[in-house]
Design a protein. Structure first.
Length: 202
């Protein structure tokens, strides 16, 4: 275990920090043979750890590779199932190193205190946020720049009241009876908002 920790934490050597670029022309097909022969070839090269693999073939790579702008990039197995807009969006995302994400959350009512009184609860709410990440590394080589756009509360511009507290007190009524009353206070979240940030790595 100590050897593993040492190997993972020791500083990089100058050669590891600045690896030499391979020169020369790489052959289009590295090896041809049966499934067993290909697995043995990959193992001897140190490309795998001994577990069986399904080797890449030109046909399989052609089905999944990203082609230059303006060409069809949807694999033939699913080609025709998407309209032109989806093809354009997929092509755009692949060409621009674009990442998209959505996060939805629903929260039920919750008590503001430990009395269990239904008058002192936060309302239930649903929220949908979106995120977009655009890598600029294709055009800017230094710093691995990324533009991040975070948008919250996409579906509406209503306030959300996720938490708060209550101020309770007793009101003396007729016949010396006491009635529990109080006021609810909430900590609202921001309404719809958009944040744009630029990430740089040095």
């Amino acid at each position: 275990m100590e050897d593993v920790v040492e190997a993972l934490t020791k500083p990089l050597t100058p050669e590891e920090k600045s690896p030499k670029q391979l020169t020369g022309k790489t052959p289009r097909v590295a090896f041809k043979g049966t499934l067993q022969e290909v697995n043995q070839f990959f193992y001897r090269k140190g490309w795998v750890d001994g577990l069986p693999i399904i080797p890449p073939s030109e046909e399989a790579v052609a089905e999944t590779a990203w082609f230059p702008w303006g060409q069809e990039i949807v694999p033939a197995a699913v080609r025709g199932r998407f309209n032109g807009i989806n093809n354009f969006v997929t092509m755009l995302a692949g060409s621009l190193a674009l990442g998209l994400g959505l996060a939805a959350r629903w929260v039920d009512e919750s008590q503001l205190d430990n009395t269990g009184n239904p008058d002192f609860r936060t309302p239930s709410w649903f929220n949908l946020d979106g995120r977009l990440i655009l890598s600029l590394a294709r055009w800017v080589k230094k710093g691995e720049p990324k533009i991040r756009v975070q948008a919250t509360n996409l579906l509406d511009d209503d306030r959300i009241w996720p938490s708060g507290y209550s101020y309770l007190y007793f009101v003396r009524g007729p016949g010396a009876s006491e009635v529990l009353e109080g006021t609810s206070y909430y900590y609202p979240l921001a309404t719809r908002s958009v944040y744009v940030t630029l990430d740089l790595t040095f």
